[in-house]
Each structure stands twice: as structure tokens, then as C-alpha cells.
Write a protein that binds this ligand. Structure first.
Ligand SMILES: Cc1cc2nc3c(=O)[nH]c(=O)nc-3n(C[C@H](O)[C@H](O)[C@H](O)COP(=O)(O)OP(=O)(O)OC[C@H]3O[C@@H](n4cnc5c(N)ncnc54)[C@H](O)[C@@H]3O)c2cc1C
Length: 535
């Protein structure tokens, strides 16, 4: 056992855990951050291969009134550029510049679906309304990152005038909590159009979240040097403030009554407070509650059942390409962050139904049937394409381009194919199809210029960050969520049934992403600090 008792141990060195650790170590707390991988960052991470720079997780960041205030509060400088977004369907490509680009989006959709003009206008009206709500929601720096005791200017000039608008907007937003598919169903009859608007969102994404995406497109920024720079600056802050970071250390047991965590080498670490900033199903599976009061134990068991019953949300498949073609060739086509759909037909309901059928009969169906499904899936899908060099040209060797192509992918598909023993055959089949589809449409030069390629499946994500079902933003959207999913209660999202254990990150609140992971990381740190001060 390690001799020291830490004020707070944080498990998980993703962006949530890094935030908690940075804040607590800045307060002079004895902090230990434990990360299972060789490097911190989790899904906010970048790596270099052959001189090409790639982002392993999120491709660009949204401030959401959270990231910049957090950096400012911690005194961290981060050089950033705007991450400009393009949207493309077949041959139509739109570069999003400002609020008025919405009109061009309407024109683009009307050109492709001339019979749905009225419906498109309805959708656009709704997007505009939701964008206004988002302007209120993210309209001021998040108060959690402000010094409310001393910053009277912020309280009287910004916070107080904003609060009534916020309360009004929260009411409106909560009424738009229905799945986006259902919401669009009320105003759009054309199933292809519905798909094109919504198929790159997770299944059952709350309507307000999906429809607010146009605001988020305008908000995206990119740290010079890659997304991983955000994690790197936080990590530096922790060490600067004498916080301890232990990498390549995986926590495999939590002994809640003794306030101990145990790692893979059987070493235990003692804490006053624990912040669990990793997969929550794992926390509930590995925590021993013997010795705790019966009330806490019962509450823990009840919460555990809820957690284990739920699934992680959608995952992604990412194809990384090193291309022997200059950035300019790609810049002429679209911005460095590009949502592209090669066919206006849309994936359709049949995509999921057919896949469900194939997956439940995997032992009986021929490989060919899966590959035929894959043909259609890759032809009709929407791709998120990121070209880091178009955001920061120093991220590629001269005259070359690195590209990351990704799309939502079903964890069970990869898992079952792996169980059936042909994942190594399946992956190149998938890669080839994606390359064919994009070479036949938006990037004709692509196919013959590839120097090297490799990909990450949902299984790679599960292995790398320990995320249930390879989920990239926490829980699947279901009627009964196992965590807080209303913004006005977000403060409570970090509590667990055990008073000395807090939770943070993408599993602590839904819907999540980088900003919410940072916010919960800060909220958990605040709670832990308050608790220590009471001791
Ligand atoms: C392709 C992609 C695109 C995305 N796009 C967006 C987007 O546009 N906008 C957005 O907001 N978000 C996006 N996200 C999601 C966002 O990146 C994540 O929600 C966020 O980074 C999660 O941070 P986290 O700290 O909660 O969890 P993670 O990043 O998963 O960090 C958890 C950490 O805990 C470690 N760990 C796990 N188990 C243990 C253990 N037992 N012991 C020790 N360490 C452990 C892991 O190794 C990991 O480092 C995207 C993600 C991906 C992959």
C-alpha cells in the first residue's frame, strides 16, 4: 500500500479527470491522478505517425461558455484557430461562415428536395429558434468558472440579467427533449430529407441538442498543434501545482469503506475523496461496499442496477489516411472539418432494421450478406472528415495531407464479427468501401494517393479508454437515463450514493461531450474541496 493518504484521488486522466486534478492541485490539495494508459487525454488526444498529425478522439472543440472560461480561470494560454465547417450532400457543398449560412443551407436542401420546400422552411424556423436558445444558454461565461465571491462586475452586469432568460430557456429546452427522429417526423414527411438532417447524430439524440448543431458549427475551434494540446496544457498545470500523475496504472478495485483503490499490481492508494472520471459501469462493478452503512449499500445497489441495465451510446469507426497530395487540393473542396453525405437518399430505417436482423442471425447469414449491407451502409452514410493540416499546416509533412474519416458505428457489429473470427477480414472490406465511395464522389484524387492507412473500431475505443460499448459521449439516449439529464440539476450530477466518491465526465451527465466533461470535472472538484474543508 502507498503510505500517503491523498486528499483526492482521481481515476481517469481524460479531460474530466484532468480538469478535476488541475483545480484541486491549484488549491494546494494533495492530489493523485491515476490513468491506465501511457498518456493522459482519453478522448481528447492527438498522436503523430510518420510526421502526420492525427486527433485520436474529438476532432475540434466547442467552447459552449465553458472551455475558454476554464482556461482563463486556470491561467492557461492555449493558441487556437477557428475550425471552419463545411456541409456537403452529393455535389453541393456549403461553407458555414455565420448565422446567415443558414439561408444557404435552406437553399441547398431546397435544391436537392424541391418538393419539400415548405417542410424545409419549417425545419429552418425550428433551427433558428433553437439557435436563439443556445445563444442564451451559452451566452455568458459559465458561472462555475467565475470567482463569484469577488467578481461583482460579472454578478451584477452579466449573471443577474442573464438568469431570468436562462430559466425561461431551460423550460423551452426541456420541452424539446424528445428524440430528434420523432421531432423531425412531426414536420418532415420525406424520409430521405429527415435522414440527411439527422443521420449523423446518435440514435435518439434529444431534439434540442441535435437541432442546435448549427450553433455548434460556428463555435468549433482547434488548438494549434492539435486537439490533444488542451489535455497537455491541463496536465502541465497539474504538475506545475505539484499534483501527482501516475500513468500506466489501472484501478481494478475500490474498497469504499476503507477509502482505498487497488491497481493491477495490487498496490493500494488511500484517499479522503475519490473522483471517478472514467466509465461508470466499471466503477459500479469494481466497488466493494462491505462495511458501509445499510442505507448507503442499498442505495448503491439500486444505482448499480440502473447503471448496468443501460448501454453506452453510439460509437465511431475512424479511418486515418496519410495522403501524397498537397493540402491545397483538399482546401479547394471543403474546410478542414467537413460533414459529407455522398447520396441524398439517406440511410433510412431499413439500415438499422437490416443490421439488427443480420446481427441477431450472424451465425446463419453468409459473409456476403453482411458485405452487401456494408455496400449500402457506406454509400448512404454521412462522414465526418477532419483534415488537421487545413487547420494548422504544421501538422503534416510538406506537400502531404493527413485525413481522418469517421462515421457512427454499431459496437455490436464489430464485436460479433470479432467473435465470429473474421474482424481482420472485415476491416479492410470496410476501409475499401469508404475509400471507393469518397473517391467516386467528393475526393476523386484520394484513392491513388494513399501512402498509409489504419483504422480504429468501436472495439479499439473500448480497449483504449475503457468505455462501455465503445461509446464516445457516454450513455445511449433512452427514456430512463441512469444519470442527471436536466441542465438545472447539473450540479448534482457528480454525486454518487457513497459520500466520499464523486463522479465526473461523459458518464456523469447526459447529453455529454467535452464541455460537459470539463464542467462535471470542475463540479466534482468543488464538492471534494468543500468536503475536505469540513474534515
Ligand atoms: C471521434 C469522436 C468525436 C467526438 N466529437 C465530439 C464533439 O464534436 N463534441 C464534443 O463535445 N465531444 C465529442 N466527442 C466526445 C468527447 O471527446 C468525450 O465525451 C470526452 O472527451 C470524454 O471525456 P472524459 O474525460 O469524460 O472521458 P475519457 O476521455 O473516456 O477519459 C477517461 C479516462 O479514464 C481512463 N481510465 C478508464 N478506466 C480506467 C481505470 N480503471 N483506471 C485508470 N484509468 C482509467 C481512460 O484511459 C481515459 O483516459 C467525440 C469523441 C470522439 C471519439
Amino acid at each position: 500500500m502507498s503510505e500517503i493518504t491523498y486528499n483526492t484521488i482521481i481515476v481517469g486522466g481524460g479531460i474530466a479527470g484532468l480538469t478535476s486534478a488541475a483545480y484541486l492541485s491549484r488549491e494546494g490539495q494533495k492530489v493523485l491522478l491515476i490513468e491506465k494508459n501511457k498518456e493522459c487525454g482519453g478522448l481528447v488526444n492527438s498522436f503523430n505517425r510518420d510526421g502526420f498529425h492525427f486527433d485520436a478522439g474529438v476532432r475540434a472543440l466547442e467552447d459552449a461558455g465553458i472551455i475558454f472560461p476554464m482556461l482563463k480561470d486556470l491561467g492557461i494560454e492555449l493558441e487556437v484557430v477557428k475550425s471552419q465547417v463545411s456541409l456537403g450532400i452529393e455535389n453541393e457543398i456549403l461553407h458555414i461562415e455565420n448565422f446567415d449560412s443558414l439561408i444557404k443551407y435552406r437553399d441547398l436542401l431546397t435544391k436537392l428536395y424541391p418538393d419539400s420546400r415548405g417542410e424545409i422552411d419549417e425545419v429552418l424556423k425550428s433551427i433558428r429558434k433553437i439557435m436563439k436558445h443556445m445563444d442564451v444558454l451559452y451566452g455568458i461565461e459559465n458561472p462555475v468558472f467565475k470567482d463569484l465571491k469577488h467578481d461583482r462586475n460579472f454578478i451584477f452586469k452579466k449573471l443577474l440579467p442573464w438568469l431570468p432568460k436562462f430559466i425561461f430557456t431551460v423550460g423551452k429546452i426541456n420541452r424539446l427533449n424528445m428524440p430528434v427522429e420523432e421531432y423531425l417526423g412531426t414536420m418532415v414527411k420525406n424520409p430521405s430529407l429527415r435522414d440527411i438532417i439527422s443521420q449523423h447524430f446518435f440514435k435518439n439524440t434529444p431534439a434540442f441538442f441535435a437541432m442546435s448543431y448549427f450553433s455548434l458549427y460556428l463555435d468549433y475551434f482547434y488548438p494549434k498543434g492539435g486537439v490533444g494540446k488542451l489535455s497537455a496544457t491541463l496536465k502541465n498545470k497539474i504538475t506545475e501545482c505539484d499534483g501527482e500523475i501516475k500513468k500506466e496504472t489501472k484501478i481494478i478495485e475500490v474498497l469504499a469503506d476503507k477509502c482505498l483503490v487497488r491497481d493491477q499490481n495490487n498496490i493500494t492508494y488511500k484517499y479522503d475523496n475519490l473522483i471517478w472520471a472514467a466509465d461508470l459501469k466499471t466503477l459500479y462493478k469494481i466497488t466493494k461496499t462491505e462495511g458501509l452503512s445499510p442505507g448507503i449499500k442499498t442505495n448503491f445497489e439500486y444505482t448499480k442496477i440502473k447503471m448496468l441495465k443501460n448501454r453506452g451510446g453510439d460509437s465511431v469507426f475512424s479511418l486515418f489516411l496519410e495522403v501524397d497530395e498537397p493540402l491545397e487540393s483538399f482546401r479547394k473542396i471543403a474546410n478542414g472539418h467537413f460533414f459529407y453525405t455522398p447520396s441524398k437518399l439517406g440511410l433510412g430505417e431499413t439500415n438499422r432494421e437490416e443490421l439488427d436482423y443480420l446481427l441477431s442471425n450472424l451465425g446463419k447469414v453468409e459473409k456476403e450478406q453482411i458485405l452487401t449491407w456494408l455496400d449500402k451502409f457506406t454509400r448512404l452514410n454521412t462522414y465526418e472528415i477532419s483534415i488537421p493540416g487545413l487547420k494548422d499546416p504544421e501538422l503534416v509533412p510538406p506537400g502531404k495531407t493527413g485525413i481522418i474519416i469517421s462515421f457512427l458505428a454499431e459496437y455490436d457489429l464489430f464485436n460479433k464479427i470479432q467473435e465470429a473470427g473474421w474482424l481482420n477480414e472485415f476491416i479492410p472490406e470496410l476501409e475499401n468501401r469508404v475509400l471507393n465511395v469518397l473517391s467516386d464522389s467528393v475526393y476523386p484524387m484520394l484513392k491513388d494517393k494513399i501512402i498509409a492507412r489504419f483504422s480504429y473500431t468501436p472495439l479499439s475505443i473500448e480497449n483504449r479508454v475503457g468505455s462501455s460499448e465503445g461509446a464516445i459521449t457516454g450513455w445511449a439516449f433512452q427514456k430512463s437515463m441512469p444519470v442527471i439529464n436536466k441542465i438545472q440539476f447539473s450540479d448534482r450530477s457528480v454525486l454518487t450514493p457513497v459520500p466520499s466518491i464523486y463522479q465526473a465526465g461523459q458518464w456523469a451527465y447526459s447529453p455529454a461531450g467535452v464541455p460537459m466533461s470539463i464542467l462535471t470535472g470542475k463540479l466534482a472538484a468543488d464538492r471534494a474541496l468543500k468536503q475536505i474543508k469540513k474534515l
